[in-house]
Design a protein around this ligand. Structure first.
Ligand SMILES: Nc1ncnc2c1ncn2[C@@H]1O[C@H](COP(=O)(O)OP(=O)(O)O)[C@@H](O)[C@H]1O
Ligand SMILES: [Mg+2]
Length: 395
């Protein structure tokens, strides 16, 4: 699938913009702070309902305005589709497909993007929450239904925490104890589904990450990834980060993934183990909200061991792997690959290999401050941006 035309109204620093896009590579160039990232962010948002830079919509709406509109004309297999999202400052967002209203949450069914940006280095070096978000975003793109499961889990977690907190203040009386048991069951039910989905996708991603790492780094290093589960931790609830389980818990491919029933049992057992500590601290100490994904390079945890260049290659490989996975499974064609401000950070060898890795995607959007940083094969259609305006276009 590719975007033929993008229209923005009051999105970030764009009052209005009309951008014609081509299949294949599209390069956006301009000095820093002109709106290159804003432009590609709008499409990323349309596809994922989240931004790689902010966690709320407010910053996406142009300062002083009440609403932003992102509209994209898509083409897939010769058929056109018009998708539109209105972001409202103080009301619910609204979405349309071919002018018919849909729930915004349905949008990812129509359009998929994989965006790689310097911020993604945090996948390797940052907190577990960054890695959880990464995995969940991919799951959500693959099956939007899960977005509902994630938000249900968050809601149950919040309510369970509120109950634990009030129990800490006033003691856990019988009525509260039975309410807690009800929340436990909901937590286990939703949490188990999330864990099972994450385990499966982390497993599926493995071979794609290995191939992508070798393709971009041009080296024979062996990247692996595995989910670290707080419900299986030696001392559950001890750590904010479950962290490295010292002697590699499961070499991937050598043992079957645990069944949902096994996971649910482990979850209940872990909750029992931490019951006392949870009441002391007033928070839920085990569950998918405390899990992590461990990335290793040649057996060593990437976080703390990988060099800057290796960390970059790993983060890039993770995103390319997502693109390959979505492409392999999609019924709407390739995801749109977005490379935001990436080439400046790469050496000549990696630039060329990255260009090679993305060149046969249906559409690739690239931003760069310096035109010459971008390999020539990605410059076929170039758009110059200045202060939230498209100033020049050349092919
Ligand atoms: N909601 C907003 N309203 C108005 N301007 C914004 C908004 N959000 C970001 N900007 C402006 O957009 C510019 C950054 O654009 P960006 O796309 O990140 O630049 P770059 O071209 O370097 O990628 C900044 O000048 C910032 O002030
Ligand atoms: Mg930028």
């Amino acid at each position: 699938m590719y975007v033929r035309h993008l229209s923005l109204t009051d999105f970030r620093n764009y009052a209005t913009a009309e951008v014609a896009l081509e299949p294949g590579p599209n390069l956006f160039v301009g000095r820093n702070g002109q709106g290159k990232t804003n432009l590609v962010e709008s499409l990323g948002y349309l596809a994922t309902l989240s931004s790689h830079r902010v966690s709320t919509d407010q910053a996406l709406i142009r300062a002083g305005q009440d609403a932003a509109i992102v509209r994209a004309r898509l083409e897939h297999d010769g058929r056109e589709l018009l998708v539109e999202l209105q972001l409202n400052r103080s009301a619910a967002n609204r979405a349309q497909v071919n002018r018919a209203a849909i729930k915004p949450r349905e949008l990812p069914r129509y359009l998929s993007t994989v965006l790689f940006a310097p911020e993604d280095l945090a996948l390797i070096r940052g907190e577990p929450s960054t890695r959880r978000r990464f995995v969940d975003a991919l799951l959500g793109q693959r099956s939007p239904r899960l977005l509902g499961v994630f938000s249900d889990y968050e809601r149950v977690l919040k309510q369970r925490n509120a109950l634990l907190k009030s129990a800490r203040a006033s003691g856990l009386k019988d009525a509260k104890l039975s309410t807690l048991e009800l929340w436990n069951e909901r937590l286990v039910e939703l949490g188990t589904e999330i864990i099972a989905e994450r385990l499966a996708i982390v497993e599926a991603l493995g071979p794609f990450v290995r191939d992508a790492y070798q393709a971009v780094a041009g080296s024979e290093q062996e990247p692996t990834l595995e989910l670290v589960l707080s419900i299986l931790a030696e001392r559950p609830g001890d750590d904010e980060e479950p962290g490295v389980q010292a002697d590699a818990p499961r070499a991937s491919g050598t043992r079957a993934l645990p069944s949902r029933a096994e996971l649910a049992d482990a979850f209940r057992a872990a909750l029992e183990k931490v019951a006392r500590a949870e009441r002391d601290r007033g928070i839920t100490l085990v569950g998918p909200h405390r899990d992590d994904v461990l990335f290793r390079l040649n057996g060593l945890p990437a976080k703390g061991y990988a060099s800057h260049g290796e960390s970059w290659s790993f983060a890039l490989a993770l995103k390319l792997a997502c693109a390959e996975l979505l492409r392999a499974e999609s019924s709407t064609g390739d995801p749109i690959v977005i490379l935001d401000d990436v080439f400046a950070e790469l050496d000549q060898g990696r630039r060329g290999r990255l260009a090679d890795a993305v060149k046969d995607y249906e559409q690739v959007l690239i931003t760069a401050a310096v035109y010459d940083d971008v390999p020539e094969e990605l410059t076929a259609h170039t758009v110059r941006i200045q202060a939230g305006t498209i100033v020049e276009e050349f092919s």
